[in-house]
Design a protein around this ligand. Structure first.
Ligand code: PLP
Length: 428
């Protein structure tokens, strides 16, 4: 059994990987919670190894979303009638759950957005356009998803600001010494991912935040992958912004959160204008609502955000520490098995990793790997994973990526390994 301290160390993102040991985890029971996993694809049982793109949704989350549509569907905030009040209670209840899940000081610091991409764009508009000007610098890293590159490039283009990039070594780890050197009096923001979606690297985010704060620079953490595999405590991390999507954490698409420290959110410009984000409107002047409404213009994805609340309840009920330890065990098992196959090269071998194995097979395009695996009912992702600079840095056009969740099994890893061996046979 893995000691709690080890699990906590792993979750903090500052650890070496846990040793391969058998975690007490009733995966068959967990799998029964996910109806989609019972399917067959091409007459083979579905092996779903693409959770880093979108995780599957448990029945309780599906039920909660459909209960809203069946019994509570109505617009929130603006109604005095019964259904509107029920919908508002459910929606704001989901916000409270998010607050507790990430340990925000106040629910008003948790802004609902459609997903991570929208959350980063919100900070780009609300913080960036107000506080970043000509000659200022924004630091991102070499392993960012395009969602945490392109908005900052757009801002730099508009304002004449400069994008600086923390380099990465061949294992897929950020070079921390170089990061320190990049920080200076012109730096206005550090925007960096907690976990790389393409490589699985867990960044030492708490230390990186401390380093930025020593220079008085706020930090945005792209938590799209981090929120799924680590316990996130935004007060402990002391991040200024933490952004994530619901659909990677067992909730429906269209749900997501940007956590921001109230002191920043209060000062920032609103993102979009419209209903629900105002205090008063005349043709001469509009004043804005307080947090969080200031950033939630128009009718939000009510059912999806309520679903996110249900997903948080689900995650809390299954035992997150064991889930994380089990995922680590699967990762180590898959790493060992895949790296033992002649012709397979793993891409991303950082010391601290979570739930992603990216690989290439000499002489075979990753798209061909993905297509052949699909014939066996195995769903992986092939391509650049919206991280083209990562591919360029590691000198590969693309990778095949298997990503694991706590509902995957070692038998599924074995199926992946057999299918990869088959690909090599086909192409030899
Ligand atoms: C690290 C990371 N950042 C950002 C995103 C963008 O998330 P979304 O498409 O849900 O907005 C993803 C999605 O894969 C991701 O993995």
């Amino acid at each position: 059994m893995i000691a709690t301290e080890e699990i906590l160390a792993a979750e903090s993102g500052n650890s070496t990987p846990l040793p391969p040991t058998n975690v007490a985890w009733d995966v068959e029971r967990i799998r029964r919670d996910f109806p989609v996993l019972t399917q067959t694809v091409n007459d083979k049982p579905l092996v779903y190894l693409d959770s880093a793109a979108s995780s599957q949704v448990p029945q309780v989350v599906i039920d909660r979303g459909s209960r809203y549509l069946r019994e509570e569907h109505s617009n929130i905030h603006r109604g005095v009638h019964y259904l509107s009040q029920r919908a508002t209670t459910a929606y704001e209840g989901a916000r409270e759950k998010v607050k507790r899940f990430i340990n925000a000081r106040d629910a008003k610091e948790c802004i609902f957005v459609r997903g991570c991409t929208e959350g980063i764009n919100l900070v780009m508009h609300g913080y960036g356009r107000k506080f970043i000007g000509e000659g200022d610098e924004i630091i991102i890293s070499a392993m960012e998803h395009h969602a945490n590159i392109v908005p900052w490039q757009m801002l730099c283009e508009e304002k004449g600001a400069v994008l600086r990039v923390i380099p990465m070594n061949d294992a897929g780890e950020l070079v921390q010494d170089e990061y320190e050197v990049l920080l200076n009096e012109r730096t206005k923001l550090v925007a960096v991912t907690h976990i790389s979606n393409a490589l699985g690297t867990i960044n030492p985010i708490k230390e990186m935040i401390q380093t930025a704060h020593k220079h008085g620079v706020p930090v945005l953490v792209d938590g799209a992958q981090g929120i799924v595999h680590l316990t996130v405590d935004v007060q402990d991390l002391d991040c200024d912004f933490y952004v994530f999507s619901g659909h990677k954490m067992f909730a429906p698409t269209g749900s997501g959160v940007i956590y921001g420290k109230a002191e920043w959110l209060e000062k920032m410009n609103p993102f979009q204008g419209g209903g629900d984000m105002i205090r008063s409107v005349t043709f001469e002047k509009t004043t804005y609502a307080g947090l969080p409404n200031k950033f939630e213009a128009g009718t939000p994805a009510i059912a999806s955000q309520i679903g996110l609340g249900a997903a948080i309840d689900y995650l809390s009920s299954i035992g997150r520490e064991q889930a994380v330890a089990y995922e680590t065990e699967l990762l180590l098992y898959a790493t060992e098995k895949l790296s033992a196959i002649e012709g397979v090269r793993l891409i991303g071998t950082a010391k601290d990793k979570a739930s992603v194995v990216s690989f290439i097979i000499e002489g075979v395009h990753p798209h061909d790997i993905g297509t052949i695996l699909d014939q066996d009912g195995i769903a992986i992702r092939a391509g650049h994973h919206c991280a083209q600079p990562v591919m360029k840095r590691l000198n590969v056009p693309a990778t095949a990526r298997a990503s694991f969740a706590f509902y995957n099994t070692k038998a599924e890893v074995d199926a992946l390994v057999r299918a990869v061996e088959k690909v090599i046979e086909v192409f030899s």
